[in-house]
Design a protein around this ligand. Structure first.
Ligand code: KIV
Ligand code: ZN
Length: 432
């Protein structure tokens, strides 16, 4: 930007939390996960999914292991309502999966939402209203804090009144102060505390307070401070599940979520590969596989990531970028000769070590995980191009043609191969 443009912007004020504890915390267990692909993700698609595509995506999410799935905004459009009714009426929701529905805190929308979930075994009703000073001023025309808080409270009261009207559905309650990321903490707390007071959760029947990083205005440490502050100040904390919902405007959705978990959150909302409004929602695949890479079980199974990606790309009509962590086409591909050499040494050494001790920890240079654990192949790791050098050529000869050349003979190799030298299913290309 030109210096003149910078005059428009201001630093984001830090949170006063000198006794913050999150920096010393270590993530040692997985949160509850909730996919918002079919709502936040779908609403952000240039061409939203059809009902058939949503049904396929729902099955995909169930297969991955999600136990909470936000299935839409049924009061917003007939297609959303009809999709949800098909899930319920055709018994497509497994017993251990809870659907979630989103609705603004508005009377007629809340009533329609209860009609939509009637008959589901279990459903999370997620109400929200926007709370930040910017939204109060601009979107709601200088609305007062009190009037915004009252919108939340009125919605919460109506929800409480409607729960007994659908006795066959177990309803779990969730409230989001939307735009939490730039809401004054004391006001976010006031809205949440008011809703908690109406819903009266208990440790046996908890409710969810979702604290959305609706727009990422600040660095992830500030997000973590905000989460720790809320987590400490929330009333009935033992009866509340604190949930994260980070977007990715600053490219730090994953970081904000990880620090938010360190700061005390219990639950994470996000999407596969980070689809969502603007720069997207949190990429749950990355956070879950980051945990796996530290030996933490997540309950989500991405062992067949390429298949998951293929379904995702087909139904969303969005490509997964080539450098997307874990899933991108190129993320297990080394171009530089020195990287290729180190990887080859690492893989060879590991093969020898594993033969002696199958539980030996992973340790291959440049590869944070074993690509095979997510259905990727070693053959995809090396591409030979003009930068690859003799190490890469030796690797291809070994892997593709079974010629394990001794180091002393590798100097006889050309510095590069010409033409395609791979098996049909692998991606080893030799270029000038
Ligand atoms: O980003 C957001 O704030 C949302 C809310 C509706 C939870 O999607
Ligand atoms: Zn969102």
């Amino acid at each position: 930007m030109q210096p003149a443009s910078l005059k428009k912007y201001r630093p984001f004020p830090p949170i006063h939390l000198p006794d913050r504890t999150w920096p010393d915390k270590v993530i040692d267990r997985a949160p509850e996960w909730c996919s918002v692909d079919l709502r936040d993700g779908n609403q952000a698609l240039p061409q939203p999914m059809s009902v058939e595509e949503k049904l396929e995506f729902f099955d995909l999410l169930v297969g991955v292991g999600f136990k909470q799935i936000e299935v839409g905004f049924p009061s917003a459009a007939d297609t959303e309502f009809n999709f949800l009714r098909r899930l319920i009426d055709e018994n497509r929701i497994p017993d251990d999966v809870t659907i979630q529905v989103l609705v603004q805190t508005r009377d007629h929308l809340i009533r329609k939402t209860f009609d939509a979930i009637n008959g589901a075994k279990r459903a999370i009703v997620h109400i929200y209203n926007s709370t930040s000073p910017l939204q109060r001023r601009v979107t709601f025309g200088d609305a007062t804090r009190e009037s915004i808080r009252d919108i939340a409270l009125e919605g919460a009261r109506l929800v409480k009144e409607l729960v007994p009207t659908i006795p066959n559905t177990e309803v779990v309650l969730q409230y989001s102060p939307e735009s939490f990321s730039d809401t004054e903490l004391d006001f976010a707390l006031e809205c949440c505390a008011g809703v908690i007071d109406i819903w009266q959760p208990t440790p046996e029947k908890k409710m969810i307070i979702n604290l959305p990083d609706t727009v990422q205005w600040a660095t992830p440490n500030i997000h973590a401070d905000m989460i720790e502050w809320m987590s400490r100040h929330l009333t009935r904390r033992d009866s509340v599940i604190v949930s994260l919902h980070t977007h990715n405007d600053r490219g730090t959705g994953v970081a904000a979520t990880e620090l938010g978990l360190m700061a005390g959150a219990d639950r994470v909302e996000g999407t596969l590969f980070g689809n969502g409004e603007r720069t997207g929602n949190l990429d749950i695949v990355t956070v879950a596989l980051n945990m796996n890479s530290h030996g933490i079980a997540t309950g989500l199974d991405f062992s067949n990531l390429s298949t998951i990606r293929a379904v995702y790309e087909r139904v969303t009509r969005l490509p997964v970028p080539e450098r997307q962590p874990y899933a991108g086409e190129l993320v297990f591909t080394a171009f530089s000769g020195s990287h290729q050499d180190a990887i080859k040494k690492g893989l060879d050494r590991r093969a020898r070590e594993v033969a002696k001790d199958p539980d030996i920890p992973w340790g291959v240079p440049y590869l944070t995980i074993d690509p095979q654990d997510i259905g990727r192949s070693y053959e995809a790791i090396i591409r030979i191009n003009s930068q690859s050098g003799k190490g890469g050529v030796a690797y291809v000869l070994d892997r593709e043609h079974g010629f394990d050349l001794p180091k002393t003979r590798q100097h006889l190799l050309p510095r590069r191969l010409h033409g395609f030298a791979g098996k049909s299913e692998c991606r080893v290309y030799c270029t000038r």
